[in-house]
Design a protein around this ligand. Structure first.
Ligand SMILES: NC(=O)c1ccc[n+]([C@@H]2O[C@H](COP(=O)([O-])OP(=O)(O)OC[C@H]3O[C@@H](n4cnc5c(N)ncnc54)[C@H](OP(=O)(O)O)[C@@H]3O)[C@@H](O)[C@H]2O)c1
Length: 330
C-alpha cells in the first residue's frame, strides 16, 4: 500500500500525518509512478507549514511539487512500465496530489523522461529549483548574455534556485556575484563557483535610483520586490534579468528608464507551465552541466517523516542548498 504525507486543514491551521493509502484513494491519471525521491522547495514549505495558500485542491492533500521514480503502469503510449521519469510543475503538489507518497497516479503529460545517466536522487537534488535555475540561465543566453558580457548576479544565493544558478553559471564560464543574507555561507558559495559575494542589504535598501551605476550584465533574481527594482536600475546596457522568485516580496516598483535608456530586458521565468519541449531541453542540459558528486555536496537527504521540521527550517531561511526527500524512508 502507498504511504504518504497528508495535510489536513482546519480553520487556518495545517497539520500533517503519515499514513497508508488505498490505491483507489489516489487521484485520476493515466500513469502510476513508484516515487523514489521528492524534494522540499519554497512552495512545499509554504504548503506544509500553512504559511501560504499554495494548495488549491481539497484536503486531505498530498503535497510535494517534485517527484522522480519508476513507471509502474501506464495507459499512455508515451511511457511504459520500468521507465524512469521526473514530474515537476503543472500544479503537481498544488492542484493535484504530489510527490510525498511512495506511489502516485498522475497525467503522463506532466512527466518527462529521466535524462540518460541521471539518477532519481540527483534529479530531485535539482528538482523544480534546478529546473528553474536552468530555465533562467537559458533565457539569459537567448538574450545574448555570454561569459564575456560581464558579471552575472544571483540573489537568494544560498537557496535552492540561487545555489544551482551559481553552479550552472560557473560551469558555463560566467563570472558570478552571489548576493546573500548569510555571512557564514562564503565558503559554500565559493565552492559552488561564486567569484564575489555581496551582502543582500546592498540591494534594495533605501531609495532606489531610477538609473544607478550599471554593474550587472545579467542576473537571476529569486528575491523580487525592492531587490529586483535595484537590480533593474543597476543592469548594464542590453543586459537581462531573469525574474523567477519572490522570497523578498511580490511587488515591483520601477521606472521605464532601464528599459528605454539601457535596453534592459526583464525576463519572466515560469517553471510550472513550461512547455514539454523546453522541459526536455532544460533537463538534458542539467544532466550535462551538473554532476552527481556536486549534487551530493549540495544536498541533504531526509526521510518523509522529517519533512514538516525541514519545511519550518526552510521558512526560517536557514537552509543552504537543497533538501531531497527519500519517500521510502521514515
Ligand atoms: N518562477 C518559478 O517557476 C519558480 C520556481 C521555483 C522557485 N520559485 C521561487 O523562487 C524563490 C526561491 O525559491 P527556492 O526554492 O530557491 O527557495 P529557498 O531555497 O527558500 O531560497 C530562498 C533564498 O532567498 C533568500 N531570502 C529568503 N528570505 C529573504 C528575504 N526576506 N529577503 C531577501 N532574500 C531572502 C535566502 O537566501 P540568502 O540567505 O542566501 O540571501 C533564501 O535561502 C521563491 O520565491 C520561489 O517561490 C519560482
Amino acid at each position: 500500500m502507498p504511504k504518504a504525507l497528508l495535510l489536513s486543514r482546519s480553520d487556518k491551521t495545517v497539520t500533517s500525518t503519515i499514513r497508508e493509502l488505498n490505491e483507489d484513494e489516489l487521484p485520476e491519471g493515466d500513469v502510476v509512478v513508484d516515487v523514489r525521491y521528492s524534494s522540499i522547495n519554497y512552495k512545499d514549505a509554504l504548503a506544509v507549514t500553512g504559511k501560504g495558500r499554495i494548495i488549491r485542491g481539497s484536503y486531505p492533500f498530498v503535497p510535494g511539487i517534485d517527484l522522480a521514480g519508476t513507471v509502474r503502469s501506464s495507459s499512455s503510449p508515451q511511457f511504459s512500465p520500468g521507465d524512469q521519469v521526473i514530474g515537476t510543475g503543472w500544479g503537481l503538489g498544488e492542484n493535484h496530489w504530489g510527490g510525498y507518497s511512495t506511489t502516485m497516479r498522475l497525467q503522463s503529460k506532466w512527466l518527462v523522461p529521466m535524462p540518460d545517466g541521471m539518477s532519481a536522487k540527483t534529479a530531485m537534488g535539482l528538482g523544480t529549483a534546478g529546473f528553474t535555475a536552468m530555465l533562467s540561465v537559458l533565457a539569459l543566453e537567448e538574450h545574448n548574455i555570454q561569459p564575456a558580457s560581464g558579471e552575472v548576479l544571483v540573489t537568494g544565493a544560498t537557496g535552492g534556485v540561487g545555489s544551482l544558478s551559481i553552479a550552472l553559471l560557473h560551469k558555463r564560464g560566467y563570472t558570478v556575484v552571489a548576493s546573500t543574507g548569510k555571512s557564514e555561507a562564503a565558503e559554500f558559495l565559493t565552492f559552488l563557483g561564486a567569484d564575489r559575494i555581496i551582502d543582500r542589504q546592498q540591494l534594495g535598501q533605501g531609495p532606489i535610483k531610477p538609473l544607478d551605476t550599471g554593474y550587472w550584465a545579467g542576473a537571476v533574481d529569486t528575491v523580487g520586490g525592492p531587490t529586483l527594482s535595484a537590480i533593474l536600475s543597476q543592469t548594464n546596457r542590453h543586459g537581462s534579468v531573469a525574474a523567477c522568485g519572490l522570497a523578498g516580496g511580490a511587488m515591483l516598483d520601477t521606472s521605464v528608464f532601464p528599459f528605454i535608456l539601457r535596453g534592459v530586458n526583464l525576463l519572466g521565468i515560469d517553471s510550472n507551465t513550461c512547455p514539454a519541449d523546453r522541459r526536455i531541453q532544460a533537463w538534458d542540459q542539467l544532466s550535462k552541466d551538473i554532476s552527481e558528486s556536486l549534487m551530493d555536496e549540495l544536498s541533504h537527504v531526509v526521510p518523509l517523516s522529517e519533512v514538516p521540521e525541514w519545511c519550518d527550517t526552510l521558512m526560517a531561511g536557514k537552509i543552504k542548498g537543497r533538501i531531497i526527500v527519500d519517500v521510502t524512508a521514515g
